[in-house]
Design a protein. Structure first.
Length: 108
């Protein structure tokens, strides 16, 4: 069992497993971000409705909430698509989230 003692064949396997864990970790974080975003939408609308008790003010506030949400929903895929189809590819899209993910990592 020389290959076990030398470790030459085990190193590439360990490298592949390490890369697999990075990809799986990234996918888990993406799922968690999506779930958190899905929970924030109804909470933010409830906050708007609780804050504005007058009917006219509430209508304007909900219209503004919908306008900002619609703009964000339409404009969000543009930079993401540019990152994914650009020269850097998927790694650029993952790296763009690092400023948010790194400080939050100790909290998980």
């Amino acid at each position: 069992m020389r290959w076990v003692r030398d470790g030459h064949e085990i190193r590439p396997l360990a490298l592949c497993l390490g890369w697999f864990m990075v990809v799986v970790d990234t996918m888990i974080v993406n799922v968690a971000q999506g779930a958190a975003a899905a929970l924030m939408v109804p909470a933010s609308l409830a906050l708007v409705q609780r804050t504005y008790t007058d009917r006219d003010h509430r209508a304007r506030a909900v219209a503004g909430w919908a306008l900002i949400g619609g703009f964000a929903g339409a404009a969000g895929p543009l930079p993401g698509g540019a990152l994914l189809t650009g020269a850097a590819g998927y790694l650029a899209a993952v790296a763009s989230a690092l400023p948010i993910r790194l400080p939050a990592r100790p909290l998980s």
